[in-house]
Ligand binder design. Sequence first.
Ligand code: SF4
Length: 355
Amino acid sequence: MIKSDLDNQFSKPLLQWFDLYGRKDLPWQLPREPYRVWVSEIMLQQTQVQTVIPYFNRFMEHFPTVTELAEASEDQVLSLWSGLGYYSRARNLHHTAKIIKDDYQSLFPTELKSLIDLPGIGPSTAAAILSQAFNQPTAILDGNVKRVLSRFFLIKGWPEQAQVKKTLWDLAQSCMPDLRCDDYTQAIMDLGATCCTNKNPDCLNCPLQSNCLAFENKEQHLYPTKKLKKVVPLHHQQLLVLYNDQGHIYLEKRPPTGLWGGLWCLPSIDKEDCPLDFLKLRYALQGNNPKKLIDFKHKFSHFHLEINALSIKIDKLNNQIAESTGQWFAKEQLTSLGLAKPTSVILSKFDADYR
Ligand code: SF4
C-alpha cells in the first residue's frame, strides 16, 4: 500500500479520533519530556495506566530529574517501586540514570541506537521516547499496537514469533506519519487500550473500522493469534519471620540478579528442612518453636510460588547472624526498604497477629 493511502486509512482517522477522545492529561504528558516519558514507559510495561499513576507521581516527587534519580540509593529507588513488581525494571532504570548523568551530562540521547544501548531500554521504549519527547517518526510496537495492527491488517501468527514480529514492526513504521509523531504514538496506544481492546473491541466507535480487515471478516476475536499455553510450574518456599524481644525483624538482602534481586527479603529455607534445626545450624541461634503465620500463592510470569510463612521468636543473638547477609530492622525502618510483595504481605500478617 502506498504511503498516502496508508495515511488516509490509518494515521489521519486515528489522529482525528485522538483529538476528540485521546488521553491528554496523563501525568507523564505534563510536560511530555524525555525523562518523564522514559519512566512512564518502563512503569507501564506489564502494568495498567491506573496502577502506574500513583507510583509515577510519587517517583517524580522524590526524583524530579534524571540527575536526582542517578544520585539516589538503590534502596530508595526500590522502595518507591515496591508493589509494581518486575524489579529488574527499577534496577535498570537506576543504572541507566547514572549512565545518562555521567556519559550524557544528564541529557537524553536523541538517536535510536544510543537509547537501545542503555540498560532496560528496548526498541519500542526507545521509539516511544523519541516520538513522544522529540517528535521523531519512530514507531513503537507494544502490546496495544500489536493488537491493533494484527487485526487491521489480519496478520496471522503469535506476535512474539520472530517473523510475525518483523512484519508488525514494518507495518508499524509504515503507518507512522511524518507529522504529529508524539500525538500519533499516544493515539495508537490509546486506541488499543480503550477501543481495540483484547476482549469485546468497540469496533462500532473505532476510527479505523472502514478499512479494518478483522472487522470486515468478523474475526476480531481471532487476532492477535494466541500463544499455545504451557503448564506453569509450581515451586514451594518457606519464609521465616525471625523477631526478637524488641520486635526487630531479621531480613536478608538478595543478590542483585535472580528472584527479588536487590530487595530485602525474609530468610527462606526448603520446605523439607526442619526450620529450627536448620536455623540453629545456619545461624547458631537460640530460638523458640516456629509458629505457622500464613500460606499463599504468588504468581510470577514463568512459575507460581507456594509460600508458607512461619514466625520464630529469637531469644538470644550471637555474632554469627550479624556476619551473614542480613540485618535486624525496627518496624519504622521497614517502610524505607525495597521489599518484595510477598515479604510485605507476610510482615502485614505478622504485624496484625503479634503487635
Ligand atoms: S475496527 Fe475493531 S478490530 Fe479493527 S482496529 Fe477498530 S476496534 Fe480493532
